[in-house]
Design a protein around this ligand. Structure first.
Ligand code: ATP
Ligand code: MN
Length: 475
């Protein structure tokens, strides 16, 4: 019977003969092999009788090697494990040269591991992160499916540059050395593959809205791309975004949905990734020991997740938030890099983090000035603010950005003119406001920001298998 490490440790079929394939984590005293197969953070101990194993096989058993063992599962007398495999047959499937293998059984820095991202998933830390990431993704689909949302696949290549969420990556097959030119000297994209200029999408929202206008409740969950040169610990050039879009829902419904959804996926992960979260929590505590006391997080990882799952998010209007920020200590003492002077200011990550600390809870900010938000957001009766919402999380800042959408054709058209957006380009988007328009809302959640929060990691490069950032597209 071939079992995974997870099966063996959960079923504990003591007394039966089992087979296990995995990689050697450690090999001690020519006798004890800790085998990992990634199914769980734990390893299974295999005990060999070295006198009965051929000399050349024994030599090949080293950290990183792929092996197959067969033997009886027994209860273990040793410390640290309940069961162990008494090996009767061992095969080295793939050797690993111990002199060259970069992952030694010791602590490696996250920076070093980023350079060997092709191997880093074999470490406890990255194995745990990838399993938590999977679990969160699974919970996302589970949540929406249970609420009668349909998973909509929106295009990755987009022909519109009106999404307005950031700088885009161009998609072209034109000859770079000698592109066809128009009379005015600019590149003639009508000669390109799609016969127009195309880019990688920065958001699936506009197409998701089209879906919501037919299926009522949809969500996207796909890769998005931003060519911003922002080398921060919270930005990737390629990241995954979850974007629900709901017909007949206003901004309050949107906030309710986002809060319920975030609590659900966090709770799901607490329930299903107990071992990995326990490990990540210890890792974080260790890491924080080297930080000054004031920079340490007051709650342990699982406590922080439980707190978010159990408590109401604070809903605060932009206007109220500006008042709080203007009168705050760091503003008065000029500690903020960007001082808040008047209503209308865009909030920076330092302000978001201050607000989360001030309320000691996740914060939903709503009703932002129209001038600092996208054209498609629903204009309020005051004609100064729009029905936007951002959700701010402890240690992360903005995790969600969303809004009620402008459903009135004439108002939307006016906004597009103000923002200098070509009507012809978004004719299909405007059409939904002509044929059965209705109140509708949605939001975008950056998946990696969620994984950052759930794992307690500090850098977004460490919560995606192969990060894409300025100057880095390795692997
Ligand atoms: P920020 O102000 O943090 O750069 P944004 O306001 O540009 O974000 P939105 O356009 O509102 O972001 O996108 C929705 C969500 O996508 C954000 O709330 C965030 O969680 C995530 N997100 C945006 N840009 C990035 C990025 N470059 N890398 C990872 N996640 C991102
Ligand atoms: Mn935003």
């Amino acid at each position: 019977m071939t079992l995974s490490v997870k099966d063996i440790l959960s079923q504990k079929p003591i007394g039966t003969t089992i087979e296990l394939k995995g990689w050697v984590r450690t090999f001690r005293s020519n006798r004890f092999i800790a085998i990992s197969d990634g199914s769980t953070i734990k390893t299974v101990q295999a005990v060999i009788d070295f006198e009965n194993v051929a000399e050349e096989t024994l030599k090949k058993i080293s950290t990183g090697a792929a092996i197959q063992v067969k033997g009886d599962l027994l209860s273990s007398l040793g410390k640290g494990q309940d069961v162990e495999i008494q090996v009767t047959e061992i095969t080295v499937l793939g050797e690993s040269n111990p002199e060259e293998y970069p992952l030694q059984p010791k602590k490696h820095s996250l920076e070093f591991l980023r350079e060997i991202a092709h191997l880093r998933m074999r470490t406890n830390t990255f194995g745990a992160i990838m399993r938590v990431r999977h679990s969160l993704a699974f919970a996302v689909h589970h949540y929406f499916n249970s609420k009668q949302f349909f998973y909509l696949h929106t295009p990755i290549i987009t022909g519109s540059d009106a999404e307005g969420a950031g700088e885009m990556f161009n998609v072209s097959i034109l000859d770079k050395k000698n592109p066809p030119l128009k009379d005015d000297g600019s590149i003639d994209y009508s000669k390109d593959f799609f016969e127009k200029e195309t880019n990688l999408t920065v958001s699936g929202q506009l197409e998701a809205e089209l879906g919501a206008m037919a299926l009522s409740k949809v969500y996207t969950f796909g890769p998005t791309f931003r060519a911003e040169n922002s080398n921060t610990s919270r930005h990737l050039a390629e990241f995954w975004m979850i974007e629900p879009e709901v017909a007949f829902a206003d901004l309050n419904d949107n906030m309710d949905l986002a809060e319920d959804f975030l609590k659900y996926v966090i709770r799901y992960t607490l329930e299903h990734c107990a071992d990995d979260l326990e490990f990540l929590e210890k890792r974080l505590l260790d890491e924080e020991k080297s930080k000054p006391e004031k920079d340490r997080s007051p709650q342990a990882l699982r406590e922080k997740l439980q707190f978010v799952a159990d408590n109401n998010f604070r809903r605060v209007s932009y206007t109220e938030a500006i008042d709080i920020l203007r009168n705050s200590k760091p503003n008065k003492k000029k500690k903020f890099k960007y001082l808040i002077e008047e209503w209308g200011a865009d909030l920076q990550s330092e302000h978001e983090k201050f607000l989360v600390q001030h309320f000691n809870a996740p914060v939903i900010l709503f009703d932002y000035p129209a001038t600092i938000k996208a054209f498609y957001m629903r204009l309020n009766e005051d004609e100064k603010t729009v029905r936007a919402m951002d959700i701010l999380f402890p240690g992360i800042g903005e995790i969600v950005g969303g809004s009620q959408r402008e459903e009135r054709h004439d108002v939307l058209l006016g906004k597009m003119n103000d923002f200098d957006i070509d009507q012809k380009e978004l004719q299909w988007y405007l059409d939904t406001r002509k044929f059965g328009t209705c109140v509708h809302s949605g939001f975008g959640l950056g998946f990696e920001r969620l994984v950052l929060f759930a794992t307690g990691m500090g850098n977004i490069r460490d919560v995606i298998p192969f990060p894409r950032t300025p100057g880095n597209a390795e692997f």
